[in-house]
Design a protein around this ligand. Structure first.
Ligand SMILES: *[C@@H]1O[C@H](CO)[C@@H](O)[C@H](O)[C@H]1NC(C)=O
Ligand SMILES: *[C@@H]1O[C@H](CO)[C@@H](O)[C@H](O)[C@H]1NC(C)=O
Ligand SMILES: *[C@@H]1O[C@H](CO)[C@@H](O)[C@H](O)[C@H]1NC(C)=O
Ligand SMILES: *[C@@H]1O[C@H](CO)[C@@H](O)[C@H](O)[C@H]1NC(C)=O
Ligand SMILES: *[C@@H]1O[C@H](CO)[C@@H](O)[C@H](O)[C@H]1NC(C)=O
Length: 489
């Protein structure tokens, strides 16, 4: 409640303050001028004092540590330790996922289990990561107060991994057993970061709601996140159990990790090739418009449709891996080009899909995923996603002819990889009349030629040229380096 009295008195006070402030300002300004005059008269010969004064206000750069000029060899696969979190129950079904990317005697790390493997898992196969049974969390003092012992066990895998004592590691990678990794790309991406500093590298969920529920600053661990070794060491030797005590009320291990890391001032660095896949249904739209970052991981494989139509999940995964074995740097990288004489647009997601549009559609549109998928949770308003999407449509000027990856071979004569994409179903739409009725219905196959000599530079897109072979109804697309300032339109 405020009486008129109070208002008027504070109003008067304000007026008075303005009045006195005005006088004060003038006084300061005038004395400042006089001081400046005196200063120029008496001190102008030597400016040392002034510059010393100036210097004392300048922020200093931190002393650079002698290790900044590190002569360490670049990070390679031996420097990466995977912490694959599993359980006896899930391992039964998820082993094919892990074995699709795990390289026995090459990739390092362990599979973390809740219990000693029973007879049915023994002898342990050499094609799987060696297992470690997590320490029993029921022995912890905090145990009666934690809300999820499963999640605490998962989080404590950092500690259990550290205790194994593998030497020479620069990175710990946390992930679930229903994720796949592109190991070569992971090496390339981690090379960008200084492993001697604290680093926490991961990604958000695709869904606004998931990030909003947990945190936009959280690395979703199913898809995987990386901790530099010094940070993992600090976690293991100083932080883990204290964080469990402080955050005993949190029910997701990634949230405990994120809170714990925040307490030592560590923030998430986002890498866009890490895919949590908090989605349902057909994710081909997403995989056909990947951002220009190396493709790193794919999670929740059993919660979405098989990524290739007419295959089961494991077949589809192994099919993608066929392309990955040749060139991970280009896998899922989107290359767009146009055929002006027939008003067609082409979009290739290398090793996965190729789309033809009977119209010229700008790159800025084609790089948005087609919304073939559904969000994790439906009880949320749009926008669902952390990125723009395109609606599915039956408009013949906007709907693509869809081709999926069929095969790959090495053409030694030109030192190229040739990936072939086959039409998966007839589009069953009339031609786009606005662009001249040039339907691509008769094109049955697309061949994409890409360099086999060099990996694609991460973060830099490539360009392409189109050539239609009428006699065989095949379209050839040649991927090449873009010219300087090339306009792709
Ligand atoms: C530099 O590296 C050496 C060896 O790795 C280490 O012992 C030393 O503490 C490091 N110095 C700084 C300032 O980080
Ligand atoms: C891994 O190395 C061990 C010992 O060097 C060898 O016995 C084993 O056959 C190797 N496993 C594979 C799958 O190459
Ligand atoms: C391409 O489309 C434009 C309209 O966007 C049209 O004017 C032009 O005639 C078309 N070109 C051909 C070769 O059909
Ligand atoms: C495309 O075909 C439709 C129907 O066949 C026709 O009406 C239209 O004029 C054609 N457009 C062009 C640009 O040829
Ligand atoms: C190419 O497509 C046209 C139109 O569908 C068809 O008539 C022709 O037989 C095809 N040619 C080959 C070699 O498949």
């Amino acid at each position: 409640m405020s009486s008129p009295n109070v208002i008027s008195s504070s109003f008067i006070q304000q007026k008075f303050q303005h009045f006195s402030l005005g006088i004060l300002c003038k006084v300061i300004a005038i004395s400042g001028l006089i001081l400046l005059l005196l200063y120029t008269l008496f001190f102008d010969q030597t400016d040392t004092q002034a510059s010393q004064l100036f210097r004392s206000f300048q922020l200093q750069w931190p002393a650079s540590s002698p290790n900044d000029t590190t002569t360490d060899p670049p990070t390679n696969i031996n420097h990466i330790g995977f912490i694959v979190i599993s359980s006896l129950k899930s391992w039964k079904y998820r082993r094919p996922y892990v074995e699709s990317w795990w390289r026995p005697n090459v990739t390092r790390g362990h599979l973390f289990l809740d219990k000693e493997p029973t007879q049915e898992f023994l002898p342990w196969t050499a094609t799987s990561p060696p297992f470690v049974v997590n320490e029993d969390v029921t022995k912890l003092r905090i145990y009666p107060h934690i809300v999820s012992d499963v999640q605490v066990r998962m989080f404590r895998s950092i500690l259990d991994m550290y205790r194994v004592g593998d030497e020479g590691l620069r990175w710990f990678i946390m992930c679930d057993d229903d994720s796949i990794f592109m190991v070569d790309n992971l090496v390339e991406v981690l090379r960008k970061y200084d492993h001697t500093k604290y680093q926490y590298i991961g990604s958000n969920s695709e869904c606004v709601k998931s990030n909003s529920d947990f945190s936009f600053d959280m690395g979703f661990g199913g898809a995987g996140y990386a901790l530099s070794y010094p940070l993992a060491q600090a976690m293991a030797t100083k932080l883990v159990d204290g964080c469990i005590e402080r955050y005993n009320y949190l029910w997701a291990s990634d949230q405990i990790a994120q809170s714990c890391l925040a307490d030592v001032g560590v923030h998430l660095t986002i890498e866009k090739g890490i895919h949590q896949i908090d989605l349902h249904g057909d994710i081909s739209g997403l995989l056909s418009s990947h951002p220009p970052s190396p493709f790193l991981t794919l999670h929740h494989l059993e919660l979405v449709d098989p990524i290739f139509p007419s295959m089961d999940r494991n077949q589809a995964l192994n099919h993608l891996m066929k392309a990955a074995q040749f060139d991970q740097s280009r896998l899922l990288q989107q290359t767009i080009c146009y055929q002006r004489e027939s008003n067609r647009s082409f979009s290739v997601s290398w090793g996965y899909s190729a789309h033809i549009y009977d119209n010229i559609i700008p790159r800025s549109v084609l790089r948005k995923p087609l919304e073939t998928f559904r969000p994790w949770a439906n009880n949320w308003k749009r926008p669902y996603y952390m990125f723009n999407t395109r609606w599915m449509t039956n408009n013949p000027c906007e709907a693509p002819h869809v081709f999926f990856f069929r095969s790959i071979e090495y053409a030694s004569r030109k030192n190229q990889f040739v990936t072939t994409y086959a039409r998966s179903w007839p589009r069953n739409l009339p031609p786009c009349s606005a662009s001249g009725n040039h339907s691509a219905d008769h094109i049955s196959e697309i061949r994409v030629f890409s360099p086999a000599r060099t990996r694609k530079t991460a973060g830099v897109i490539e360009c392409c040229d189109v050539e239609y072979k009428a006699e065989v109804n095949v379209t050839d697309i040649k991927i090449r380096t873009c010219m300087k300032d090339e306009v792709i339109a």
